[in-house]
Write a protein that binds this ligand. Structure first.
Ligand SMILES: Cc1cc2nc3c(=O)[nH]c(=O)nc-3n(C[C@H](O)[C@H](O)[C@H](O)COP(=O)(O)OP(=O)(O)OC[C@H]3O[C@@H](n4cnc5c(N)ncnc54)[C@H](O)[C@@H]3O)c2cc1C
Length: 590
């Protein structure tokens, strides 16, 4: 059975020594989050994840969710109790606004807790994540009455939420959406249509489920400009706000799927269900994006989380499994063979995972901190800059962290040899669970297009220029002793600039050049961002050089610079090759 230890010390190091979170005490909610409180929150969350959720991960995978003849769905054994504990522990809406019952804790802290939740049990953690997406959408776009009616229960975790975009004929291309909304005399709408692949669409964890549904109001324009967002509760609310009559929405079936078996992926049938418009008419996609940006960052964290738990188990196995002798001579001559951790090829995989995990965690927390600034700062300029960073980094975190997170679960499985393929060790579950994160919330191909097509040119490239300025400013100021880290970063940044310029010169004339190079660009961008994180980590580690774990960071950072960052050159070469050979064959040649 796999085990998991939440990396509390790592998070504390990043918050305290790398990002100096105490400097943000002027932001609402930060002064209350003293170092002692932060450590206590992380330690409690770690305990819940290690003791309650980790043992349920395999149970959820094996038992899965069950749909019954009446359309109800039961979650795997133990999920209901664990969910109650999650609610009682206040983990559901810890960073939600205090005015609606949240604790207002900084997201930079709660995002770290999300990593622990996903690493210990991704399928379970998704139930509460979706509610947070619904909170974000209603908080940003709902009327005062809608906020008062729905937010407190969603934030406490007593009710769950879902996001309903996908239909049988469309997932990426929501312009093809058909779900209908018919206006009623009382201001409500009757929602009719079928949504597929809806995570947590039906379950037994909460008294109510608040569905956020994209639909087209009768007579609305075709395409994405005619889509609106609706709140459709499973149980309609009585005047006192308590769940009352059942609404005409039901789960038609749940999907048999590759992983995350503990999370019900539902076909949802809306048969004239009562819904209420939230946000402006025909601006539904814009409103849903509020939810999706929160969700995309959260999905990026899933990639990191599964990489971390897979890594931890691979390390334990590599120290224990005996096979062959070290190339440099036996390290444990008294044993039948050396543990496989002595082999450079096994080390290559372990170091790749480790170097990714530490920098990816830093990138997530840095961006979460920007999210806090964007929402909480009193200074409009500061809010704008932080928001720019969030917009730019969201597709990078979603795409790069889930691609590499999946690759790392495969590498961890590889370290187990044949045993990695056998269910008992749990490694194959990590691979199966990690795979979906590359697909949902917009496939990683779509993240890359979002980065290249929308985020780079937005506001005249303001966000990108700010990122370039920050990294090059850092390089300029860096101490000479940082050369082993800063020199490779400078080269990689140069390649990123070159790739950006190449798009500017070649994508307008032939947009396929941007499409063919977008995924490489996203990976190149991710490597530069992770490289920058490594420089910041190494700086902080040098300042704390008293402990062995800090020395380890200098080595791990060097591994990243020497063995991972050079991939930027390959990405640049692919981008500059353009679209010609990619697109030359006619479709019927395939
Ligand atoms: C387990 C699971 C849970 C899910 N949960 C939810 C949920 O809670 N709510 C919800 O609404 N949906 C959910 N989804 C749906 C998911 O978000 C979509 O499957 C995903 O966005 C892709 O859409 P699609 O399946 O229609 O693929 P398509 O849109 O048909 O795409 C197929 C392929 O073509 C590529 N492609 C499509 N268009 C373009 C383009 N313009 N340029 C380049 N490449 C393109 C895609 O990248 C992809 O590789 C879930 C799916 C699964 C499997």
């Amino acid at each position: 059975m796999p085990t998991y230890r939440a990396p509390v010390d790592e998070v504390m190091f990043l918050l305290r020594d790398v990002f100096h979170v105490e400097r943000y005490n002027n932001l609402p909610g930060f002064a209350e989050a003293t170092p002692d409180i932060v450590e206590a929150v992380l330690t409690e969350a770690a305990k819940f994840c290690e003791d309650v959720l980790t043992p349920l991960n395999r149970v959820g995978d094996k038992a899965g969710c069950r749909r019954h003849a009446d359309g109800s769905v039961t979650t795997p054994p133990g999920f209901k109790d664990a969910y109650k504990k999650l609610v009682v522990g206040g983990w559901a809406g810890a960073s939600a606004p205090a005015e609606f019952g949240g604790q207002g804790l900084p997201t930079v802290l709660t995002q770290a807790v999300r990593e622990f939740l996903y690493a210990s049990n991704m399928a379970f953690a998704m139930y509460s994540s979706l509610a947070l997406g619904a909170v974000a959408a209603i908080y940003s776009h709902g009327s005062a009455e809608q906020k008062a009616r729905y937010l407190p229960k969603l934030i406490s975790g007593e009710w769950a939420g879902t996001m309903n975009l996908t239909e049988p004929q469309c997932g990426t291309d929501l312009g093809q959406l058909r779900c209908r909304a018919a206006p009623q005399a009382d201001g409500s709408y009757k929602i009719t249509g079928t949504k597929i692949f809806i995570s947590a669409g039906e379950h037994d964890l909460t008294d109510n489920i608040i569905h956020l549904v994209l639909a087209r109001i009768d007579g609305a324009p075709a395409g994405t400009k005619g889509i609106s967002l609706f709140i459709v509760p499973k149980f309609l609310l009585n005047p006192d706000g308590a769940p009352g009559a059942r609404n005409a929405v039901s789960c038609g079936s749940i999907e048999e799927k590759m992983g995350i078996h503990g999370n019900a992926t539902c076909v949802m049938n809306y048969d004239g269900a009562t819904g209420w418009l939230t946000g402006e008419k025909h601006r539904g996609l814009y409103c849903m994006f509020t939810m999706m940006n929160t969700a995309r960052l959260s999905v990026g964290v899933q990639g990191l989380a599964l990489s971390e738990v897979a890594y931890q188990n691979a390390v334990a196995y590599a120290k224990d499994r005996l096979a062959g002798r070290a190339l440099s001579g036996a390290k444990f001559p008294q044993k039948a063979a050396d543990p496989i951790i002595v082999h450079p090829d096994v080390r290559r995989m372990l170091m790749t995972m480790r170097a990714f995990n530490e920098a990816a965690r830093a990138l997530v927390l840095w961006t979460a901190l920007k999210g806090d600034i964007a929402r909480r700062s009193a200074d409009a300029k500061e809010r704008e800059a932080a928001d720019d960073h969030m917009g730019l980094m969201t597709p990078v975190i979603k795409g790069v962290l889930t691609d590499q997170g999946f690759a790392n679960t495969v590498a961890a499985q590889q370290i187990f040899g044949g045993h990695g393929y056998i269910a008992e060790h749990g490694m194959e579950q990590f691979v199966r669970d990690a795979r979906i994160a590359m697909i949902y919330e917009g496939t990683n191909g779509i993240q890359a297009l979002d980065l290249v097509g929308r985020k780079l040119p937005k506001d005249g490239g303001r966000a990108l220029q700010a990122f370039f300025a920050e990294v090059s400013g850092y390089i300029k100021e860096a101490d000479a002793a940082m050369a082993p880290y800063v020199t490779p970063l400078e080269r990689a940044l140069g390649e990123l600039r070159e790739a950006t310029l190449w798009f500017a010169q070649n994508a307008l004339a032939n947009p396929d050049n941007a499409g063919a190079g977008a995924s490489d660009y996203m990976q190149l961008f991710g490597l530069v961002a992770l490289g920058y994180m490594w420089c910041r980590i190494v700086d902080a580690a040098k300042a704390n050089s008293a402990t062995a774990s800090m020395d380890d960071k200098l080595v791990t950072g060097r591994f990243f610079m020497e063995r991972m960052l050079p991939a930027t050159a390959t990405h640049l070469a692919r981008i500059k090759a353009g679209a010609e050979s990619t697109m030359a064959l006619p479709a019927d040649a395939f």
